[in-house]
Design a protein around this ligand. Structure first.
Ligand code: SF4
Length: 248
């Protein structure tokens, strides 16, 4: 991809380290990247104007997007995370699952939906013949969170943190172009639908995000505490399966 000087500078400021000059031999370029990473101070939080930053992220191909997330310092969560949690699954998946923010286990493992909530999600997916493990795009889902870094002590995300992280999820959705989005939990739902209505009022029908059908359901962590809602979540998954099949 050919980058303009302005894009190149902006992406460098965001901490994306893909722009060694092409004529530099590979080994020397790698050395240069290591040295820059080791010596350059982290860019100031939100140093790039938000609109310019979002526009730059909206041009990134998948590998550069992953790099951009790993290097991101656009909100204060970069200071307490162990690592970013980009997402997992098939980048051509028909189903995309969007959760909320990484918890302690996710922060440790670098993968969304691990631990008990992840186990429940895997079982729910398995019941629909879906998986996060390697499989065809029909069967292997892609799972991403709205927020890529763990809020300290699992506190609720702040609106400015959600806003700073949103361009990454938007770009993931744009690149994956799933047939269906399953939004799990109120922060994912509120972010994607720009709605503050409770999940109970938004579930049971099909919404749209950038033209992609979107079904709302409860977060598996909530289901673990509210077992009675599991049957409703299963109804939501069946609705989602119906939509995904119909979109085929
Ligand atoms: Fe960047 Fe998102 Fe992490 Fe904030 S939460 S530092 S915006 S990747």
């Amino acid at each position: 991809m050919a980058w303009t000087e302005r894009q190149r500078l902006m992406l460098q400021e965001m901490g994306i380290r893909l722009w060694a000059a092409p004529e530099v031999p590979e080994a020397a370029a790698a050395q240069e990247v290591v040295e820059v990473a080791a010596t350059a101070p982290p860019p100031a939080v939100a140093a790039v104007p938000p609109d310019d930053r979002a526009a730059a992220i909206a041009t990134l191909p998948w590998p550069a997007l992953r790099e951009a997330v790993a290097a991101c310092t656009a909100c204060g969560l970069c200071q307490s995370r162990r690592q970013t949690v980009f997402g997992v699954g098939n980048p051509s998946a028909h189903w995309m699952i969007v959760g909320e923010a990484p918890g302690e286990q996710e922060d440790l493992k670098g993968e969304p939906f691990v631990g008990a909530a992840g186990h429940l999600l895997d079982n729910m997916l398995r019941a629909l013949n879906l998986t996060r493990e390697e499989a065809s795009p029909e069967r292997q889902v892609y799972i991403a969170n709205t927020l890529k870094c763990r809020p300290p002590r699992n506190r609720n995300p702040e609106p400015e943190e959600m806003a700073a992280c949103e361009p990454f999820l938007m770009r993931q959705i744009e690149l994956i172009r799933p047939r269906l989005i399953l939004a799990m939990g109120r922060f994912a739902v509120h972010s994607l639908l720009r709605s503050s209505e409770p999940i109970g009022k938004l579930r049971g029908r099909v919404h749209r995000y950038q033209g992609v059908p979107l079904v709302v359901t409860y977060h598996p962590a909530y289901l673990l505490r509210n077992l009675a809602e599991k049957s409703r979540a299963w109804e939501d998954l069946c609705l989602a399966a119906q939509i995904a099949d119909g979109a085929g």
